[in-house]
Ligand binder design. Structure first.
Ligand SMILES: [Zn+2]
Length: 113
């Protein structure tokens, strides 16, 4: 197995993939705790990491965009596919507070790196 797949496995099976479920609407928010930051991942087509951003930008406007991925998106797919993820449940009333905190954390990660 190559190094990149090993890294995806480490993320997927190392409890770094988190699923937040808001009830009763069943809204789902995925995050992945990376080496430096926690990332907001919206599978299969979005991650807040720099890697995803630049890969997506490089193929912007082409059909390749559908195939852009990153370690975090791959780890979410692997963890979900193998049933490794325990969802953490919240009430819908907590959704906006959660998103606010998540954005603040991402913003902090961007401005502090
Ligand atoms: Zn990513």
């Amino acid at each position: 197995m190559d190094e990149r797949m090993k890294r995806v496995e480490r993320i997927a099976y190392g409890k770094a993939v988190k699923l937040h479920v808001f009830m009763p609407s069943s809204r789902r928010v995925w995050t992945v705790v990376g080496r430096k930051h926690e990332y907001w991942v919206h599978p299969p087509h979005f991650c807040t990491c720099k890697d995803y951003y630049f890969r997506a930008r490089a193929v912007e406007g082409s059909e390749e965009k559908e195939k852009v991925s990153c370690y975090h998106l791959k780890a979410v797919a692997m963890a979900e596919g193998s049933g490794m993820v325990d969802g953490v449940y919240f009430h819908d009333d907590e959704y906006y507070g959660f998103i606010r905190a998540l954005i603040k954390m991402i913003y902090g990660g961007v401005t502090n790196s």
